[in-house]
Design a protein around this ligand. Structure first.
Ligand code: CA
Length: 234
């Protein structure tokens, strides 16, 4: 699990980095939040630990920017407040932080808060990053990611809901992309029934193509034989 720390005071930044690493986290640290979205995009953290009082762009402004972004709106954020007044705490939560800690922080407590927040967050579990890391359990082909164990598929990071049959058809096509998948093989491997009609296969295929959008156009009909998945041109 990777934590991104944004803290302008070097001593505190180093302390945070060391103690989080001791607790088993990977840490990337920044001294300000001026390029917060770019830093997040490049480092892909699982959680953001953000100081409230920063030069240039305040922690509150940085949280607003993250929450308003397209891809990181649900990134778990803990704000570190230097002030112990109730107003600042409420402010941190109001503006969209998930939790806050006040300085001075207790290392074990901070680690426990981070772990608790990561557990209850669904960030990163919706995109293709959630797919199995085991190469046997997944296929990545151009902009398509399939997870066989979870029966999930993503195109351009968007999850597509397929029926089990559609899922099997697509996986068979991708497994032998560039080659023709005959109707007989589709019957056997994807539909598990040698007696289904060509019409039934066509109906599943039409539905699959429609759900896949642009990717669906890469499934070619080979007249009288079957279907072929062809990689995108150029
Ligand atoms: Ca500060």
């Amino acid at each position: 699990m990777k934590v991104m720390v944004v803290e302008d005071e070097r001593d505190i930044r180093d302390i945070l980095k060391n103690l989080l690493e001791e607790e088993g986290f990977q840490v990337v640290a920044f001294e300000n939040g001026m390029n917060i979205l770019e830093d997040i995009r490049v480092n892909q953290p699982d959680l953001l630990l953000l100081d409230q009082i920063l030069p240039g762009k305040t922690g509150v402004e940085a949280v607003r920017e993250v929450r308003g972004s397209e891809f990181f709106a649900t990134l778990p954020i803990i704000m570190v407040t230097g002030l112990s007044g109730e107003d600042e705490k409420v402010n941190a939560l109001d503006v969209g932080a998930d939790d806050y800690v006040t300085k001075p922080f207790y290392p074990k407590e901070l680690a426990a808060r981070i772990k608790a927040l990561a557990r209850r967050s669904s960030f990163g579990q919706e995109g293709p990053g959630a797919a199995s890391k085991d190469p046997k359990d997944r296929i990545v082909r151009e902009n398509i990611v399939m997870d066989f164990s979870a029966h999930r598929v993503w195109v351009d990071e968007i999850e597509i809901a397929l029926t089990l049959t559609e899922f099997k058809i697509l996986s068979e096509l991708l497994k032998q992309s560039g080659q023709v998948l005959t109707r007989e093989k589709l019957r056997e491997r994807a539909l598990g029934n040698l007696n289904v009609t060509d019409r039934t296969i066509d109906v599943h295929m039409a539905s699959l193509r429609k759900k896949l959008g642009e990717v669906g156009n890469r499934i070619e009909t080979v007249r009288g034989v079957g279907y072929r998945y062809a990689d995108r041109q150029g």
